[in-house]
Write a new protein. Structure first.
Ligand SMILES: [Zn+2]
Length: 81
């Protein structure tokens, strides 16, 4: 059983790996042996604070660079034009 702190650390490490790539989150979690984290609220919250996946181009970017579209989905700076 992982604590919220540990999940936060895993999320930050994974965010570094995902940032600037189109890597698949499910696959990456399976690689580190923690596939159950994909549906974990603490983990998802921590990851969303670091990186988000652009719904237009599928690239992971820093959350601070994202803006929500009309449906409140994250869109990266490049795709906003
Ligand atoms: Zn984009």
């Amino acid at each position: 059983m992982l604590t919220a702190d540990v999940k936060g650390k895993i999320a930050r490490d994974l965010a570094e790996r995902l940032n600037g790539t189109t890597l698949n989150l499910t696959y990456e979690l399976e690689e580190i042996g923690l596939p159950e984290l994909e549906g974990d609220a603490d983990f998802c919250y921590a990851l969303d604070n670091e990186v988000e996946r652009c719904v237009v181009c599928d690239w992971w970017c820093e959350t601070s660079e994202m803006e929500p579209d009309d449906s409140d989905q994250p869109v990266c700076e490049d795709c906003r034009g």
